[in-house]
Ligand binder design. Sequence first.
Ligand SMILES: Cc1cc2nc3c(=O)[nH]c(=O)nc-3n(C[C@H](O)[C@H](O)[C@H](O)COP(=O)(O)OP(=O)(O)OC[C@H]3O[C@@H](n4cnc5c(N)ncnc54)[C@H](O)[C@@H]3O)c2cc1C
Length: 414
Amino acid sequence: MDISPDTTHDGLRGGYPPWRRRQQAAGRPLLAANMRCEVLVVGAGITGSFMAEHLSARGHEVCVLDRERPGLGSTAASTAMLLWEIDTPLTKLTQFYGFERAADLYRHSLRAVSGLKELVQSADLPCGFRPRHSLYLAEAGTNPRELLAEHRLRERAGLPGSHLDHRRLLSEFALTREAALLSPGSAEVDPVLLSQALLARAGRHGASLLAGEAVSYEASAGGVLVGLDNGCAIEAGKVVLATGYTMPEWLDAPLHAISSTWAIATPPQPPGTLWRDRVLIWEAGENYSYARTTTDNRIVIGGEDDPDLADQSARDEAMAAKAEVLVGKLAGLWPKAIPRADFQWSGAFGETADGLPLIGPVPGRPRMFAAYGYGGNGITFSYMASRMIGRLIAGARENWFDYLAVDRPVPLGA
Ligand SMILES: Cc1cc2nc3c(=O)[nH]c(=O)nc-3n(C[C@H](O)[C@H](O)[C@H](O)COP(=O)(O)OP(=O)(O)OC[C@H]3O[C@@H](n4cnc5c(N)ncnc54)[C@H](O)[C@@H]3O)c2cc1C
């Protein structure tokens, strides 16, 4: 699919998500002379924002560089369900990597959402954050026993949640699927507000936000010399790549692929008509969809992924048809909803063959780190990346970090 290092925000997403109405312009100086900094974060989406906030809070001298407006790349298209449940079910991840490793990864993901919640609450970040339970639905037409097997394996891994059979699902949630897993520990947020709040906090910790495009990276005596499009250079002790789905072309990540995805948001729904506890609803599987609510009572529903629609113009062309399908899916899922799309949007969507992010040292490039939180848990993984890379920069590492290595091979059966 046509995403290159030069793809701009307009090539990453189209249409109008509800978040973008609240965007603020952040003034950023253009670099006019060479400079040095301790850590340079390239990319100021949600991933770069978590990185900047965390590293500056740990006392590092941080610069964040973005060639466009911070937070308005893929981050602005996100439906921002902060799930700890990974796109790849635990049963499947166990087939790829064995139970211990798969369970460990799930537990780290659970801890990431709870760490994110602690950060948002302790720093009082204004970003529409709400803790939510998630409801993982059995895919229509599949054997409900598969979901029970997933539940049992999760229990064995010490993960929280309960299994709802058809009767309980119907009586407690008025949903008609065969079965579901109800789990605490997830959340929802406004992704643009969260990114902006993190960057503002990083600024208060002394981080600088700069306008400019990184075009080259060379090892230097002081770390890494990063060349910018205007001819200036930043010499950084360490560099973190947080460029979203636009990776430098020399970065070898065999697991990674780009698809296209769509979402809609309804008008605000009348009081008392939303589903119980506003749980985050999602289903895995090829023809998956997911739904959440917003602080102003809209329903957001997304999915309809298509790896063959290559660029933003093709996504735009398909928008009306995809929106119609999503409205139809909403009517099937929740007949009480006003079945109309006030907002419709689309975006490129980066995924990996095992559903896990690409985080850690950049192979063959000393002092460079990659923070690519791909998949439906992109934001959870962005938070995870900031904590992992914070540890790596401090010279510490943990064995499980290797599970997310950028150059790990595609697992058998994926
Ligand atoms: C429709 C949709 C729904 C989604 N839903 C969810 C969800 O419910 N939950 C979830 O967790 N995740 C979800 N995701 C995934 C999540 O949105 C992404 O993982 C996340 O936004 C990626 O953030 P990022 O900061 O890595 O990338 P971006 O937001 O794209 O930021 C990267 C930044 O890097 C800058 N940049 C790139 N190259 C350079 C360069 N050379 N020099 C300077 N700057 C550069 C860009 O300008 C950009 O601003 C969804 C994604 C989409 C598209």
